[in-house]
Design a protein around this ligand. Sequence first.
Ligand code: FAD
Length: 504
Amino acid sequence: MTNDFAADVLICGAGASGLTLAIDLARRGVSFRLIEKQAEPFHGSRGKGIQPRTQEIFEDLGILDRTVAAGGLYPPIRIYREDGSHVEKDMVERPDSTPAEPYHLALMVPQFITERIMRERLAELGHAVEFGCGLIGFEHGDDGVTARLRRPDGEDIFHARYLVGADGGRSFVRDALGMSFPGKTLGVRAIVADVLLAGLDRDAWHQFNDGDMERMVAICPLAGTDLFQIQAPIPLEGEIDLSTEGLGRMIGERTGRTDIQLHSVAWASAYAMNARLAERYRTGRVFLVGDAAHIHPPTGGQGLNTSVQDAYNLGWKLAAVLGGARDRLLDTYEEERRPIAEAVLGLSTRLLDAQKQGEMSRGREVHQLDIGYPGSALSMELSERCGGLRAGDRAPDAPFRGAAGQSSRLFQLFKGPHWTLLVDQADREMIPPRPGLQVHYIGPQGDVIDTAGHIRDAYGLAPGESVLIRPDGYVGATFDASRTSTLETYLACMGMPHTGEEPK
Ligand SMILES: Cc1cc2nc3c(=O)[nH]c(=O)nc-3n(C[C@H](O)[C@H](O)[C@H](O)COP(=O)(O)OP(=O)(O)OC[C@H]3O[C@@H](n4cnc5c(N)ncnc54)[C@H](O)[C@@H]3O)c2cc1C
């Protein structure tokens, strides 16, 4: 093993999770290489739902507005009855947004568009995916990883400090580690296809034979495109004709309609549904993120979202450890994210069972806004608080006024790779400045004026208390003014010690 590292991180796979990690590392100035074995970008719609929590992450990564502009909202579901009549219902609850939760509806964006936007963001940050470059072997030790890569023009050896397997459900990295992927096959096989067709309007998600696993078909207009996405269960065995003629025939047979005409198929796939979770997310210097670590049915629209959030959890920890934080910080990636995937496996399997009965409806649980890490080793409650926000909770948004009179939001303060300390009406000298931490003081003499009380409502801080927000938007710890030495210890563990030097 060499100590001559060409990059800090090698990311294997440029799907949604690999791209998220690359954007996060790029904005933190961490050196990495992002390789993708396919010669060109994936062009299927697959994960088309961007949940509210992922929208918050996209805001932080600088891609939310363009993602919204490129997609749209989910239309109502139109359920056709045997007699040809139909009823309409909303697939998801439509709660109003609040000051604490600015994004409240799932967006619909075909996955190939989301990934294109991510690649564009990566280009703005000065990086690009290396297409046509596959990982074909690696060795890993205490110091780093030696990877064997294959490109059309030959093979090459690459040394990195860390390897991240973002290489999908059939993960090469997971297999090469000899890591098991326990779970079950769910006895459901389905097709998903992106098609051009005539005969259906684009203001509804058309569903025929709801709950009948032999005849069901759902046809959804894909926002931001002229395409429709077809989803339908199929027999467990046997060849499926995914050509224009074959899919056209299936639509005719299942809908009983001759006016729906299929013109072409842009992408189609037949797949068996599984619910599986990798036994570990970390082996030494090698990590798994996204579908490489967990797969489950698409019901609930959770896969891409969970994958993005894995990468978002790992990115800042890798950067912190590369910058001097203790290696133990990296263990909290699996500690925090594996239970989340376990819950998603349960949720998506329950929704699949409900779909088989024709009774699926998605509630707040699919929005992922209630995900938190209260039991994490990183979550510290260091003031005697009764009620209010707890360490490990998602840090809510809140509109406020800046001292200069401008309107602002907490998410604007959090945006970027830093930690944020919000201090309620306390001594300005409470904590000296240092790289990687931004400190804001709430109160009449502070830089944050909580005119409408939204910060008070969301955070419930008492005078003298402070809350430390992690770079990924969760509460790391709460403190009161008497605990500054504990706060110093916490920050030092995260790679932000106070050096005692005045900033130059
Ligand atoms: C039919 C279907 C419908 C879905 N619907 C939804 C939905 O509605 N909502 C939702 O949130 N999710 C949905 N998903 C799930 C979503 O698509 C995945 O969770 C998401 O793509 C996972 O992203 P990823 O980056 O982890 O993996 P992937 O998107 O699979 O990307 C992995 C990448 O790694 C590359 N790779 C593999 N091996 C190597 C190697 N050795 N070297 C280099 N590169 C390699 C692959 O080519 C691939 O590009 C759906 C999935 C399917 C199959």
